[in-house]
Design a protein around this ligand. Structure first.
Ligand code: PLP
Length: 394
């Protein structure tokens, strides 16, 4: 019987140039982002400039985590206590958590058959709720029809925050994910596309939003030492009224991220070649449904999702168990009990007036997920795909 033995949580090592740069930072003793010599740009400053350039946006802020970036995005956008924020019901826990952290109330939107936000439900709830904000999670790297998203945002005058935790490097019709909305947030946590253990970015084209985000992130009054930032006049208007919610990036993590950012495109191609191998194998099983990806979507497949339509909860659990026995670790988004990184919306019980979302529950009830770390070779992916197909076909 085929057996897989590698770890699904083993990422690649940090590139040697990153390790050397990190050692240099440690030798200098100047780990804090504002601890610079006269006229020196810190590793954090350089990382922000490089990320802004990569994204093609004027402003970028590096910070302590992706979830932190989402929280600060809400605050910098002017969200106030009790405001409603439209948000995917199918997302990871830090997303509704960031909304809650800003005092706002998530309005959960159904998931669609393609695992993206359900655009009809979005439109209907944008109208019915009167919400002024949309926090759009490109969950597990699936990009919804961004043309229609933008039309909806325009129609209902929604301030769009993109959660790009899984779409760093992705694009829609050639336009980078994260450049559609008013603000975009990224994560550099170990399981995302570049790895500093913890970390994140916030980008925007709005000067005042970035000035607030920088103040919130814990810049004290050192905002002039940001380079991917608006001019200091913009800070004059907001410096007294913007609280410090310390959550900075440090030079050690910035040092290991810079070479990874430079290499991102290559890594994205490597993820996608692995994904295509799995997708091809899954498509050979009539029991497995893997939604076709639209031509407009250039995705980055650091994980793969598929459904087993018609399988009961017990049957899904059995598939997960039997794959696990053969070394293939699947996650199930339909479980009543939140486990690991999967949690269904109804386990976020702090949300007031929790809606019933039968459509979401139905889709999640057969939705499985698997990480694709780049320590897996293409041959490994063939083996994994064969094991999954064998188990599913019973
Ligand atoms: C990981 C993740 C986040 C938050 O990132 P952290 O850096 O772990 O705080 C937000 N949204 C989604 C969809 C994620 O997967």
């Amino acid at each position: 019987m085929k057996q897989f033995t590698k770890s699904f949580t083993q990422q690649e090592s940090i590139p040697d140039t990153g390790i050397e740069a990190a050692v240099e930072v440690m030798r200098s003793g100047r780990l804090h982002r504002y601890n610079t010599l006269p006229d020196e740009k810190s590793e954090t400053d350089l990382l922000e400039l490089e990320f802004a350039e990569y994204m093609g946006v004027p402003y970028a802020l590096a910070c302590s985590s992706g979830g932190y970036a989402l929280h600060v995005a809400m605050r910098a956008a002017g969200v106030e206590a009790g405001d409603k924020v439209l948000c995917n019901a199918f997302t990871l826990a830090p997303v509704p958590g960031a909304i809650h952290n800003s005092g706002a109330v998530p309005v959960l939107i159904d998931v669609a058959e393609d695992y993206c936000i359900d655009l009809d439900d979005l439109e209907q709830k944008a109208e019915a709720s009167g919400a002024k904000y949309l926090m759009l999670s490109h969950m597990r790297g699936h990009l919804a029809d961004m043309d229609r998203i933008m039309a909806i945002c325009e129609r209902y005058n929604l301030f769009l925050i993109e959660d790009c935790a899984h779409t760093m490097g992705a694009s829609w019709n050639g336009k980078k994910s994260g450049t559609f909305g008013d603000v975009a947030c990224f994560s550099t946590q170990t399981y995302k596309h570049i790895n500093s253990g913890e970390g994140g970015f916030l980008t925007t084209r709005h000067p005042e939003v970035m000035a607030r985000a920088i103040m919130h992130s814990g810049s004290y009054m050192l905002f002039e030492r940001h380079f991917a930032a608006p001019p200091k006049e913009v800070f004059e208007q907001i410096r007294y009224e913007t609280p410090n919610y310390s959550g900075r990036m440090d030079n050690l993590r910035a040092a290991i991220l810079r070479p990874q950012l430079a290499d991102l495109e290559t890594q994205c191609e490597r993820w996608n070649s692995r994904y295509r191998i799995l997708e091809t194998l899954f498509n050979q099983s009539s029991a497995i449904n893997i939604p076709a990806r639209p031509d407009a979507e250039h995705f980055v497949a650091s994980s793969i999702q598929f459904s087993l339509p018609g399988f009961t909860a017990d049957e899904i659990q059995d598939v997960v168990k039997r794959c696990g026995e053969r070394g293939v670790i699947l996650k199930w988004f339909g479980d009543d009990i939140p486990r690991d990184y999967t949690s269904r919306y109804d386990s976020w019980r702090y949300i007031e007036d929790m809606p019933q979302l039968p459509k979401t529950e139905k889709i999640l009830s057969t939705l499985l997920d698997m990480r694709i770390p780049l320590t897996f070779s293409e041959d490994d992916c063939t083996l994994i795909g064969e094991i999954i197909v064998e188990v599913v076909n019973g």
